[in-house]
Design a protein around this ligand. Structure first.
Ligand code: FAD
Length: 389
């Protein structure tokens, strides 16, 4: 293999370049990215950047030392066997890494709607977060909650509109997500639950019920879709992202996929997974590079995610799909620090959500990995360390 092309210059793309070199690949590497910026990290965009604590989040990677040809401001628009078609012509490859991430969903309507995916989005939004500005955030998911935190801190009048019955309900379910409802009121943020937005208008939003909410700034935070349109008509199978096996191999020879755009087979969970989390973009490239270079490697992590919202460090590990019941460690109404555990029928831990309990998270992730049964009477006692349950 002489030439590897990596399409997508986000975290997963950069880590793929690093992993190829770490696995001893000495041939040419070309990294193609649609954005004009050097690769940067996205998690700080809704945290430090919006709070005015950082202007740049460039990934700490010495691309010159990695001897990579960096093609920025260039988009891939098609794929044939051995050839990537780009906006600047064709690129031949022997091996290809697809790392094109995801793009935000937008809603109907004529009004300006901000989204938050890029550094440019973050800087444009930050400029609007001024005291007294009326901000409507559509979607109380992870990013919506972080933006609401920053906007409230900046002195804006913030309304969050959520279609579900609780914040984070899509990710955590209503019961667990519901424990975060009081955080909104405490921060002075108005939270409207069970409200569907019909359209985004120039001066606010109209709900499906016909009600109007006026706003100076509207941010749509209702999720993302894998950025895989450029693969239409190619031999790469796509279904909710690029379909890959446990080695991160696509349906086309010598092509692997990583990060937000990859839908991989998990042995551990016995199902396909597409996880839009930083830790996946960080970890998957090592397996993908090994696979591309003919080594045998399997990607099968316990997914991990964190969020910083309303002064709390919220962390999640596992996959709650197989869980039968949910238990609390601590009482969110009384304790500042608490956790939610999702248990399978045989009392094995399927997933854990921790609020300001980082040790629970670390130990919980190991317990999910290890698959041991837990003593439920000990588990509900937050004074007992999780690894002793
Ligand atoms: P991306 O970061 O999306 O990178 C893909 C790159 O490919 C992009 O630069 C894109 O422009 C480029 N591209 C797309 N199509 C093409 C094409 N056709 N040709 C060339 N280039 C293309 N995760 C956490 O775990 N914790 C957090 O707290 C957290 N906070 C977040 C906050 C924000 C605001 C956002 C947006 C995400 C956050 N995430 C967080 C998620 C995490 O950042 C993503 O999972 C991670 O960025 C995925 O990396 P990626 O490289 O797969 O995709």
């Amino acid at each position: 293999m002489d030439h590897v092309v990596v399409v997508g210059a986000g975290l997963a793309g950069v880590r793929s370049v690093e992993a190829l070199r770490a696995h001893g690949f000495a041939g040419r590497i070309t990294l193609v990215g649609e954005e004009p910026h050097r690769p940067y990290d996205r998690p700080p965009l809704s945290k430090a950047v919006l709070l005015g604590q950082a202007d740049s989040t460039v990934v700490d990677s010495d691309l010159e030392a990695l001897d990579v040809r960096l093609c920025l401001g260039i988009a891939a628009k098609g794929l044939r066997d051995g050839v990537v078609e780009t906006t600047e012509g064709e690129l031949d490859y022997d091996g290809l890494v697809i790392a094109t991430g995801a793009s935000p969903v937008r809603l109907r309507g004529e009004g300006r709607q901000h989204v938050l995916r890029t550094i440019d989005d973050a800087l444009a939004l930050r400029a609007q977060l001024v005291p007294g500005a009326r901000i409507v955030v559509i979607g109380a998911g992870w990013i919506g909650a972080e933006v609401a935190t920053a906007a409230a801190k900046a002195g804006c009048a913030v309304t969050v509109i959520e279609a579900g019955e609780a914040p984070l309900s899509a990710a955590l379910g209503v019961a667990a997500g519901g424990h975060t409802i009081p955080w909104y009121g405490k921060a002075g943020v108005e939270l409207r639950l069970g409200a569907m937005v019909g359209s985004v208008d120039p001066d606010g939003v109209t709900l499906m019920s016909g009600a109007r909410i006026e706003a100076d700034v509207i941010l749509t935070c209702v999720g993302v879709r894998p950025a895989v349109d450029w693969l239409k008509g190619s031999a790469v199978a796509v279904e909710d992202g690029v379909v890959v096996d446990e080695h991160l191999r696509t349906s086309l020879a010598n092509v692997v996929a990583v990060g937000d755009c990859a839908n991989w087979w998990s042995r551990r969970f016995g199902r396909r997974m597409r996880v839009e989390h930083w830790d996946t973009a960080l970890g998957a490239p090592d397996t993908a590079a090994a696979t591309l270079l003919g080594e045998v490697a399997v990607y099968d992590p316990v997914p991990y995610f964190w969020s910083e919202q309303f002064g709390h460090m919220v962390q999640f590990a596992g996959h709650r799909g197989t869980a039968e019941r949910l238990l609390l460690r601590g009482d969110p109404l009384v304790d500042e620090k608490w956790a939610v555990c999702w248990l399978a029928a045989d009392d094995r831990l399927a997933a854990i959500l921790t609020v300001d309990r980082p040790r629970d998270l670390v130990q919980g992730r190991r317990v999910v990995e290890g698959g041991q049964r837990l003593d439920v009477t000990r588990l509900i006692n937050p004074a007992v360390t999780l690894r002793d349950c």
